[in-house]
Design a protein around this ligand. Structure first.
Ligand code: 13P
Length: 351
């Protein structure tokens, strides 16, 4: 492992005013997104859509540091034959790859999930490196509400320490394998927003998850200087009657991260996790407005960057320019938020 080079890539991923585009939806997930805009999900339509994003030169060159790809996409070529990976590189961004293979039910823990994909990961990483990937992503899912689980779950006793332990262990196994393959791991332990719990509960669960994750990273000798953390923000449950303010989300998230994340980590890039576009931007902005943090805080959004361009595009080639404008706008808003310089009025002006 060359830690200096890993650190260089990690710092580039969180460079000032830039963040990550998570375009790594699995075939099943992108189909759901396309269903919502009445577009058939085929290899070609997925390619056309992602080509539109990667050819958004303003967004890609000014606001996007890296793109997380799905396995299908890393091997795909644009309509004119240029590999999609090349389009990303030509824009000055770094190609990355999702390497987990999704979740499976966790035995003995009804309703809970464990992320899988460690078998043969070392071989796969080598192929992805050769294809141009310089960072990777693995997402662990921790459910507070028990809503995603199997029969007989009502959310009581969830999450178990078992689910937190095995998922943290797998994240650290993945991260160690990535660094051995000279790939920067994005370590993503996501505590879901689903449920009617209050923000305090999200704080407590996320604290347990982050503490366990960093404990496992240490045990497995992962070099913190060569990774990026992708956490959830501390927010109220989606169905909670009491929704915390933007300021409270920012204050609690910053307090928690300061308690749990060593300063050696080069940067933190949040997931959006089902927040609206503007909420995700406002929260990131409010955290950066607090300032005085040991790491850059930026975005690694999927839905909060893509919902608007998907709608504007709607599968029509004549809408490509409109889709790119929508993408550039969201990317610019989040870039400003990563510097604490966003204002709500900027959204209205663009509309
Ligand atoms: P969302 O921002 O839509 O949560 O997606 C980010 C991501 O990569 C989740 O793994």
């Amino acid at each position: 492992m060359n830690l200096a080079d890993l650190n260089k890539v990690a710092r580039a991923m969180v460079a000032p005013g830039k963040g990550i585009l998570a375009a790594d939806e699995s075939t099943g997930t992108i189909k759901k997104r396309f269903d919502a805009i009445n577009v058939a999900s085929t290899e070609d339509s997925r390619r056309d859509y992602r080509e539109m994003l990667f050819r958004s030169s303003e967004a890609m060159s000014r606001y996007i540091s890296g793109v997380i790809l799905y396995d299908e996409t890393i091997w795909q070529k644009a309509k004119d034959g240029t590999p999609l990976v090349k389009l990303i590189e030509q824009a000055g961004a770094i190609p990355g790859i999702k390497v987990d293979e999704g979740t499976q039910p966790l035995p003995n823990c009804p309703g809970e999930l464990v992320t899988v994909g460690l078998d043969r990961l070392a071989e796969r990483l080598k192929k992805y490196y050769d294809a141009g990937a310089r960072f990777a992503k693995w997402r662990a899912v921790i459910d507070i509400a028990g809503g995603t689980g199997g029969p007989g779950t009502d959310g009581r006793g969830i999450p178990t320490m078992t689910a937190i332990d095995v998922n943290a262990h797998a994240l650290a196994r993945y991260a160690a394998l990535c660094q051995a393959a000279q790939i920067v791991p994005i370590v993503e332990p996501e505590v879901l927003m689903d449920g009617d719990h209050d923000i305090e509960r999200c704080y407590e669960v996320t604290k347990r998850v982050l503490n366990k994750t960093f404990q496992e990273l240490r045990v497995q000798r992962v070099a913190l200087e060569g990774m990026v953390l992708k956490p959830n923000m501390v927010v109220s449950g989606k169905k909670s009657a009491k929704q915390a303010s933007v300021e409270e989300v920012a204050e609690k998230t910053v307090r928690l991260l300061k308690n749990c994340v060593p300063a050696a980590v080069p940067g933190i890039a949040f997931l959006s996790g089902g927040q609206s576009d503007e909420e995700a931007t406002a929260h990131l902005n409010a955290m950066n407005a607090i300032g005085g943090l040991p790491w850059p805080l930026t975005f690694s959004y999927g839905r909060a960057l893509q919902a608007a361009p998907q709608k504007a595009w709607s599968g029509r080639s004549e809408n490509v320019a409109a889709g790119q404008r929508a993408f550039s706008h969201r990317a610019r808003m989040n870039s400003l938020a990563s510097k604490g310089e966003w204002q709500a009025e900027l959204e209205k002006k663009a509309a």
